[in-house]
Design a protein around this ligand. Sequence first.
Ligand SMILES: *Cc1c(COP(=O)(O)O)cnc(C)c1O
Length: 422
Amino acid sequence: MSFVTDSPVWRPFTQHALQPDAFKIARAEGAWLEAEDGKRFLDAISSWWVITHGHRHPAIMQAIREETERLDQIIFAGFTHEPAEALARRLVTLTAPGLDYVFYSDSGSTCVEVAIKMALGFWRNRGEARTRVVALEHGYHGDTIGTMSAGARSPFNAPYEPLLYEVTRIPFPSRGREQVTLDALERACRDKPAALLVEPLILGAGGMLIYGADTLGEMRRICAHHDVLFIADEVMTGFGRTGTFFACEQADVIPDIACYAKGLTGGALPLAVTMCKSEIFEAHLSQDRARAFFHSSSYTANPIACAAALANLDVWATGEPAARVAALCDMQATRIARFADDARFSNARRLGIITALDLNVAQSGYLASVSLDLMRFFNERGLLLRPLGPTIYVFPPYCVEDAELDLVYDAISEAADRFGRG
Ligand SMILES: *Cc1c(COP(=O)(O)O)cnc(C)c1O
């Protein structure tokens, strides 16, 4: 086994006392990771939801190599560069009409922080003291203090609780209870919050919880009616995951502010954008310097990352990824159907290329040790799956093939026999 032990590296979301080791990956290609000793892993979660087409897409790698011949990081205040300008123009064309401005940052958490700050700045510059955020139960928006505040409270953020600001949380719109959510949003909007922040159609880290496009559309309408800004966190859902390029398209929703990150460079390099309507940009325009938008990341609009994103958009422009996504949706649909009436699982579900099912176990919750047991079980079989508690989900890169997906679902079935309730 090509393990790293005795390493000074402190890894994310890892209890080192229980998981001291990590597989040391030396090579990645397509849907596969290869460890130093040659052991291979099928990356069935797209390396935490960032890889879209597959690892090391040739056109994206080539664009990165070429950009390194011209630019590295360039200060982005008072200076700009063609990769950032070209990418911003492309994104404005590609996204829903009205999202006319592009603010660059470098991670999902940061672009959501930026969205929240834009919303609060908008109201302040308009002379209204609106600072409250409305968010969905079970939501996840990142791991910084600001985005944790908007996300679900759990053992993950208990130590930081005193620093987290209060948000108005509305219930998740589970099937048959959508009206409860809409009524709660309607009530919340009467208190004049600054914004509603939502993951459209599917809550990722909250357990791959899916809700309907109708409900998303209704939430958008309620916000518009009450003059509450609508922020779509498409960090996970962007770039084909839900079957359409962006999730909001399925509900004909145009957000006031939209956040994109994970798939923006095809997963090759960190880059994020927060896009907004012109009224939000314009609210910050003034002869008064204090009304400017005060935010920057050191690596804002990194030219190499922008070049990777442009190459990624070129790949999409060929139409091939959309066709792959459509095929993968069908491949996933057939496979998850096999578990629909399987008593070992509950809630077999799919949205776009993502499937999920809950293993019926005695314990529940993300910290239930079953998720560690499952992870090890899958790893031993050469599969990279990382259940969220008892929720097993499959989130493959678009290049994955039928036979590879069969390996995943056969292992899930085997895992249920081993770790299920009986
Ligand atoms: C992953 C994720 C984030 C945070 O992105 P990072 O790049 O990990 O900071 C925010 N929102 C959603 C919906 C996500 O899935």
